[in-house]
Each structure stands twice: as C-alpha cells, then as structure tokens.
Design a protein around this ligand. Structure first.
Ligand SMILES: *Cc1c(COP(=O)(O)O)cnc(C)c1O
Length: 403
C-alpha cells in the first residue's frame, strides 16, 4: 500500500458519525488473545471485543466454519430457511430450557423481539391493560428506541422525543421495591442475571428466585437478558443455570457469534405460539453465514472442558488482580463471575477507571471499563494461561505508571 493510501485514525473524525471515541491505534490483525495494530505493536486482549470474542481472534473452528459456508451460500432471506439456522436452533433448544428460537442480528434486536413477544402474550391473554415492563436501574438492553428505554440509564434514552410507554425502573437487588410495585398490570420483568454495562453487579442471593416468584404470582413473564452473561461467560452455558432460575424468554448475542453479528431470542412452545407469520421479522435474521459461525462457536463453548476452563481462568484473574492490588491499593473489590469480572476503584480512585484503561493500552494490554469506577475484563474464554500471566504483568506496569 502506498503512503497516500494509508488509512488513518484521523479519518474517523472526518467521515464517521461521532457516536464513538475510538482509541488512537487501529487493530489490523488478531490471533488468539493477541492483537496487532497498524504499526505492528502487539496487545494482549482482556477486552474480547466487549464479551464477544469468546474463542479469541480467528479461532480455527470459526475460520473453518465461515470459509466453508462462504463457499456454499451466504444469504437467502426468510422467504426460505437454511441448514445452518436449523442446526443452530436445534442445538440451542437442546442445550437450554427453550423450545423455540428467533434469530436476530444483535443483542438489541434479540431484546426487541423479547419485549414485543411479552407485550403480545399479555395483550392476547389478558388484554391491552397488561403492558407494564419492569426493568432495573443501571440495566442495559441495547440501543434501539424500545430497548434503550427499557434500559436503566435515562442518559442513553433522553433527547429523542417521546419514548415507548409503560416502562418502570426499580433498583436492582431490591426485592421489597419489586414486591411493592409489581401488579397484575405488569406484563414482564426484564433483568440481566449479572449487570454488565451497569458496573458488574451480581444479584444478591435469592433475588432472581424472588423475581421469578413475583412474576408467577402476577402472571408476568420473566425475561433474562443474557446478551453479556450467556455463552459460557460465567462458567455456565447460560447464567440462569447457575442461578437455578429459569426465565420464560432469554435473549443472547455477543459471544454467540464469537465476533460475527448474530442474536437470538429463546422461548417456550407456548409463548412462541403467540407469534404468527408476519408478526415479527428480519431480513438478515438467521443468515447462513452467521448461523454457521455461531454453530461452530456453540459446539466449542458448550464443551465441559471449555466451561471448566472459564472457572480456572477466573481464579488466575482473581489471584493476579489481588496481587496487583496488594501492591498499589487502588481497587475496593474484584467482582463478577467467570470471565465477566470487574475491579472496582476504591474511594481514592473514584472516576479513574479510564486512566487504568489508557495506561494499560500504552503497555500493550486491552481492558474495558464499566462506568467510571470499574475496570472490566471480558477476555476470550479460552485465553492461554500464559497470556493471562503476561497481561496481568502488563497491567501491573500500567498501574505502576499512574500511581
Ligand atoms: C451489549 C448488550 C446489549 C446490546 O447488544 P448489541 O449487540 O450491542 O445490540 C444488550 N444487553 C446486554 C446485557 C448487553 O450487554
């Protein structure tokens, strides 16, 4: 490539709608949990593309699946079905509580389908009056107007005119508040089994169980948004298994495609029967390429050795982070589950999670934040143990440079 053709970060500000503020470096290649930028600088990836690259970059099973499918057929629309979609749906129903699957292209779209299904079920069974959706503050469900309105951060949903109505936000983990508010007008309660974007907040013991019971008492559906927690992230294939609480509807995306865009809504036969031909749809949903990759990913992440490996890696992260903290005392706690971990900044370091992220970048380590006070780690579920060690060493150096 000649110099004039070199793609530069500055182009972003010239030609992209300024919704993001990307890092200065541009990644051009990835293998496993290592990434290289345009200058050939190497990074260890503890971010995993925000809980997406569950098998790391360019894992051979994904490369094989997409290459094989790319030489067969790419797209047919939902006027026809296709083999990868049917196989993937079959596997998802075999591996979970669900009997039926609706494919979408993202987490937001999977949630959009979930919320529409819940509203429709309630309207058909009980009438239009039963339409309230209860969600939780700091929750995140995507950026379409309906899903961002259900999400618990008005900063993301304000400023776009009138919002979809009848959405209530309560405090996560406040069973009494839910008990006091839920009624026969409630059509669904939606929760993340562990809040991701909201700062890596686990449910208190019994919270999910209490939500389930209150939903049953009031004929409301329980929707688990497992877009971030699902697909092995917590050490269970889906986090609901670990909680011992089965939702009526589950949304998944992110790691489902391991880096190829796909989302899915999972539900029961009974609920699915409220959707008929034409009720909902998507041009790309269930696309053969996406489903072929997701099938290969699902085969890999549902293996007991992969899921057990998540818990082994969690221990390495927790031990390493504790050791770093014993030197620099900047974290108040390490929280989360599996490889969805957050290091919360202590009193003295409030608001400075992003400083850790920036310093890590300089040392060749990619991490994430979740809000202003939590450094988030969502690496590949199969990240090499040596990469964890080396990444933690880089994090140590990064923190040393800012204390
Ligand atoms: C990322 C995320 C979404 C949105 O997914 P997109 O693919 O960005 O639309 C929804 N819910 C949760 C819990 C998420 O973490």
């Amino acid at each position: 490539m000649t110099m004039e053709n070199k793609v530069e970060r500055s182009w972003f500000d010239e030609v992209m709608v300024p919704c993001y503020s990307p890092m200065e470096m541009i990644p051009v290649e990835g293998k496993g949990s290592r990434i290289w930028d345009q200058e050939g600088k190497e990074y260890i990836d503890f971010a995993g593309g925000i809980a997406v690259s569950c098998l790391g970059h360019c894992h051979p099973v994904m490369v094989n699946a997409i290459t094989e499918q790319a030489n067969k057929i790419w797209h047919v629309s939902n006027v026809m079905t296709n083999e990868p979609a049917l196989r993937l749906a079959r596997k998802l129903t075999e591996l979970t509580f669900a009997d039926k699957v609706f494919f979408a292209n993202s987490g937001a779209e999977a949630n959009e389908a979930a919320f529409k299904l819940a509203r429709r079920v309630a309207a058909e069974r009980y009438g239009e009056e039963k339409s309230e959706i209860i969600a939780f503050k700091q929750g995140f469900h995507g950026r379409t107007f309906f899903t961002v309105t259900v999400g618990g951060q008005s900063a993301y949903s304000d400023g776009f005119g009138p919002k979809p109505g009848n959405v209530t936000h309560l405090d996560y983990n406040d069973i009494e508040a839910l008990k006091a508010h839920i009624s026969d007008k409630t059509c669904a309660v939606v929760m993340e089994p562990l809040q991701g974007e909201g700062g890596i907040v686990s449910p208190v013991p019994d919270f999910a169980q209490a939500v389930r019971e209150l939903c049953d008492e009031h004929n409301a559906l329980l929707i688990f948004d497992e877009v971030q927690t699902g697909n092995g992230r917590t050490g269970n294939l889906y986090a609901y298994e670990g909680l011992g609480v089965t939702p009526d509807i589950l949304s998944t995306a992110k790691s489902l495609g391991g880096g190829f865009p796909i989302g899915a809504m999972l539900t029961t036969d009974e609920l699915a029967s409220h959707m008929q031909v034409g009720t909902h749809g998507s041009t790309y949903g269930g696309n053969p390429l996406a489903c072929a990759v997701a099938e290969a990913v699902l085969d890999e992440i549902s293996k007991p050795e992969t899921l057990n490996g998540v818990l082994e890696r969690e221990i390495l992260f927790r031990e390493g982070l504790a050791e770093i903290n014993s030197k620099y005392s900047i974290f108040s706690e390490i929280r989360g589950e599996g490889l969805l971990l957050g290091a919360a900044m202590n009193e003295e370091w409030q608001g400075r999670a992003k400083d850790v992220l920036a310093a890590a970048g300089k040392e060749g380590l990619m991490v994430l934040v979740a809000g202003a006070n939590v450094v988030r780690f969502t690496p590949s579920l199969v990240i090499a143990k040596d990469d964890i060690k080396e990444g933690l060493a880089r994090l140590d150096k990064a923190i040393a440079s800012i204390v």
